[in-house]
Design a binder for this molecule. Structure first.
Ligand SMILES: *Cc1c(COP(=O)(O)O)cnc(C)c1O
Length: 377
């Protein structure tokens, strides 16, 4: 009998993979090779192949992947980078990290992804790049972004932290832009046991730049050509990721099945307008890093409390859009600037979803949600 449902349970996955993971971790410990060794190299090759790009460069986190990608593309102080205010803060931290100015454009109401047409109206002489985020694993409209970028001479950096394996017309997210940035944070679709990230690119020059940047701006030991970073994916994380990578497709398919079950069980509430379910636009493959519904009519926080009392862990990704964060108050944005992002921030609710979740757990969550709405009338 289900009595509570965690929003994510990383222990279940480890219990299944324990013999394999323990084995490879021990092998790294015994090898004495911890930084930029064979595991990182072979993982880079495997992920590049999977995503359909020529190069992949392992770095210390998804945040670093974004910042190093911006640096490798020459984005610097005085430049403007257009992105969504409805994302995890790391997207914008990276822009500020290279000294550029984040310029926000509002999201699409349906997918909650950056709306390409709204990007168009934010382009100025200083615009250098655009960062679409494949939020929750739902692919952004890359064909439109590619056309806009070509029209205005902008670079594209895809934030794929939540979308490893997501596809648009059979092409993987991360393979459309100049760079695609992955996160291996433990809760992502492919997570390590610490921090990790990777940058994807089809350009040898950009890959070369990234490899220099992650190692203190150095191509040759103790010869430094630019100010770099210490940002490497380490061998232990890479070895663990190689074990898990074999299961990525299987896990993503499980996520999709679980999302489908949620969609079916919540379809009645959706038809009554109580909730809005996540969409998978035609031609796209969503991988549900997060299964995030929208709760209408100001009932999100009430439902949150009700679910908590029922032992269902939920989360809000994200409660405050970035243009309204204190840290960015200096940019002069105000409430009302991006109404679709602000509305989404007040309505979104992420439900428990991970490959190992059981049908009984999903049913428990959905029954609790139904019960809440029954009590409303
Ligand atoms: C997780 C995440 C990041 C940052 O990745 P880290 O590995 O945690 O640094 C960036 N962007 C988005 C959208 C994310 O979800």
């Amino acid at each position: 009998m289900v009595k509570s449902v965690p929003i994510i349970d990383l222990k279940r996955q480890y219990q299944v993979l324990k013999p394999e993971i323990d084995f490879v971790v021990k092998a790294v410990l015994e090898s004495g090779s911890f930084i930029l060794g064979e595991n990182v190299r072979s993982l880079e090759e495997a992920v590049a192949g999977f995503c359909g790009v020529k190069f992949a460069v392992g770095v210390a986190s998804g945040t670093d992947a974004l910042e190093l990608a911006l640096r490798a593309l020459g984005i610097k102080e005085g430049d403007e980078v257009i992105t969504t205010p409805f994302t995890f803060i790391a997207t914008v931290e990276a822009i500020c990290g290279v000294g550029a100015r984040p310029v926000f454009a509002d999201i699409d109401q349906l997918t909650l992804n950056l709306n390409p047409e709204r990007v168009r109206s934010k382009v100025t002489k200083k615009s250098r790049a655009v960062i679409p985020v494949h939020l929750y694993g739902c692919p952004a409209e890359m064909e439109v972004f590619t056309a806009i970028a070509a029209e205005y001479g902008l670079k594209i950096i895809e934030d794929c932290a939540q979308s490893l394996g997501s596809e648009l017309k059979g092409k993987k997210s991360g393979s459309f832009g100049d760079c695609g940035c992955l996160s291996f944070f433990p809760t992502k679709n492919l997570g390590c046991c610490g921090d990790g990230g990777m940058v994807l690119t089809n350009s040898r020059d950009i890959a070369d730049n990234l490899m220099m940047l992650r190692s203190h701006g150095s191509r040759e030991r103790y010869r430094h050509v630019v100010t770099g970073y210490n940002s490497r994916l380490d061998e232990i994380q890479a070895a663990i990721l190689k074990v898990k990578f074999k299961y990525l497709d299987e896990w993503n398919n499980a996520r999709r099945r679980h999302a489908e079950k949620y969609n079916q069980m919540l379809s009645g509430l959706s038809a009554r307008g109580c909730v809005i379910l996540p969409v998978e636009p035609g031609g796209m493959k969503h991988t549900y890093c997060l299964y995030t519904i929208r709760v209408r009519a100001g009932k999100r926080d009430g439902l949150t409390d009700f679910l908590k009392a029922k032992g269902v862990q939920i989360a809000v990704h994200y409660p405050v859009p970035l243009h309204l964060q204190d840290v960015y108050s200096g940019f002069g944005y105000k409430k009302g600037d991006f109404p679709d992002s602000e509305l989404a921030a007040s309505e979104v609710l992420s439900l428990p979803l991970y490959p190992e979740i059981t049908s009984a757990e999903i049913e428990y969550v959905c029954e609790a949600i139904s019960e809440f709405f029954k009590r409303q009338v």
